[in-house]
Design a protein around this ligand. Structure first.
Ligand SMILES: Nc1ncnc2c1ncn2[C@@H]1O[C@H](COP(=O)(O)OP(=O)(O)O)[C@@H](O)[C@H]1O
Ligand SMILES: [Mg+2]
Length: 436
């Protein structure tokens, strides 16, 4: 049955502030069914490129967004996130490649005929229209009945805590309120998928955190496909079911938040995620005494058992997350450090402790923990430690890491070096690097 029917005895929730809103699930439940049948679910991007003159804003990207996924397009400014999202929306035509919705090629289909709703970074509200008319705009454009539009706008406004603001114009609203109007305009027609371009970037930090939670909850309740653009790794880690990390128009990695954090496919991904991000040091992989080491000035990290006669000599990038490093004072006689450390690392008996030698340069107090920035050779290395870690600026320190917490990347391509179990090795956890 078309229209939304008031359900006064619904459970009441709060968007923010004192205004009550009805349970979002109820709204969706009461939405009229899409006359074209089932909502869109799956979005496929096939080898899509967008050129602007000599610039490849998006360069050969392929992605598959499954039904109900929350895909975050993550990357630094200018990496092609918005261009990719706009090609999915139908606002920018690809130079090459195809966009499919539920298996149907929509590359040539205009935006209004794709069952997708877009929320823009700028909100893109009509300044001369009231909140009510901004939210109702997609329904008026589809020539729905006036009474139906009014009812549905009221329902959405109630959910988003905008009911008292329906007569205002965008300039009379706060940033957070404008953001909710933009969200309302997307919600009002119950699209198959939501496309959002940095929708929280104009909000202050506190409101951003609150709204992040609300959008995640909205996704869970609606069960719709979301494609969400952000340069903020915290948004990506907390909201996404899958993350596509973009760099210079190319897809660096597609994976769950856990996968991209724990096993970054490239040095770029490793250095983009984490706060502070993964420490990346130029090092050589060398074979010594049947064991492989990553070696650089101030760095000697045993990686695992090598093959007898290994001729490895490979320029690599050694990656270690700040939380996987342990700090201890350097002993004055220069003896090798023991595994284990004041900030709580568990010693690894199977492998000798990895040693990075350096000096504490600065200490950042984050309240619950602190970040010690240490100079190691020519590199700067961040260490995350519980407070109080008891170190002082200028102190000579040894940084230890367990071999399984090290990451290796090819220095030339930046790609992750793949390690395979060495079946013949005496130590069960031993690994050898495989060139990719
Ligand atoms: N309409 C356009 N004309 C020319 N260059 C563009 C246009 N849109 C985007 N670009 C360029 O494409 C690249 C990617 O832009 P964009 O997709 O907006 O990146 P992001 O959203 O990740 O910040 C940038 O180098 C940008 O300057
Ligand atoms: Mg953008």
């Amino acid at each position: 049955m078309p229209g939304i029917h008031p359900a006064r005895d619904n459970p009441v929730r709060h968007w923010s502030g004192p205004g009550a809103r009805r349970d979002i699930e109820q709204l969706v439940w009461q939405m009229p069914p899409d006359p074209r049948g089932e909502p869109v679910s799956r979005i496929t991007v096939e080898n899509v490129t967008r050129r602007y003159g000599d610039v490849r804003a998006v360069d050969g990207v392929s992605l598959d967004v499954a039904h109900g996924d929350f895909l975050v397009l993550l990357g630094p400014s200018g990496c092609g996130k918005s261009t990719l999202l706009r090609m999915i929306a139908g606002l920018v035509p690809p130079s090459d490649g195809r966009v499919l919705v539920d298996g149907n090629d929509v590359t040539e289909t205009p935006a209004r005929d794709r069952d997708l709703a877009m929320v823009f970074q700028s909100y893109a509200l009509y300044p001369h229209l009231t909140v009510e008319r901004n939210i109702g705009f997609p329904l008026r454009a589809r020539k729905q009945r006036k009474a139906d539009i009014r009812r549905r706008v009221a329902e959405v406004a109630d959910i988003l805590d905008l009911a008292a603001l329906l007569d205002r114009r965008p300039r009379e609203l706060s940033g957070g309120q404008r953001q909710r109007v933009a969200l309302g305009r997307a919600l009002v027609r119950d699209p198959g998928a939501f496309l959002m371009d940095e929708p929280l970037s104009n909000l202050d930090a506190q409101l951003r955190t609150a709204t992040r939670t609300e959008i995640t909850e909205l996704h869970r309740r609606l069960g719709r496909t979301f494609v969400y653009v952000t340069h903020d790794q915290v948004e990506a880690m907390t909201m996404a079911t899958s993350v596509a990390v973009l760099n210079r128009g190319r897809l660096e990695q597609l994976g769950t938040p856990t996968e991209v954090y724990d096993a970054p496919a490239s040095a770029f991904v490793a250095g983009f995620l984490g706060s502070p991000p993964m420490n990346l040091l130029d090092a050589e992989i060398v074979s010594r005494d049947g064991r492989l080491h990553a070696v650089a000035a101030g760095v000697d990290v045993p990686l695992g058992q090598g093959e007898p006669g290994d001729q490895v000599q490979r320029p690599a990038i050694l990656g270690v997350r700040p939380e996987h490093l342990s700090l201890r004072p350097a002993s004055s006689d220069g003896t090798p450090p023991e595994a284990g450390a004041p900030n709580g690392a568990v010693p690894d008996s199977a492998a000798p402790a990895a040693a990075l030698r350096g000096t504490v340069r600065t200490i950042e107090n984050l309240g619950s923990e602190e970040i010690a920035h240490c100079r190691v050779g020519a590199a700067e290395v961040a260490v995350r430690a519980r407070r109080p870690a008891g170190f002082t600026v200028g102190q000579a320190v040894v940084l230890t890491v367990r071999p399984e917490h090290t990451h290796l990347f090819d220095r030339e391509s930046g790609r992750r070096l793949v390690w395979q179990p060495d079946r013949d090795a005496q130590i069960p956890a031993a690994r050898v690097p495989v060139a990719t």
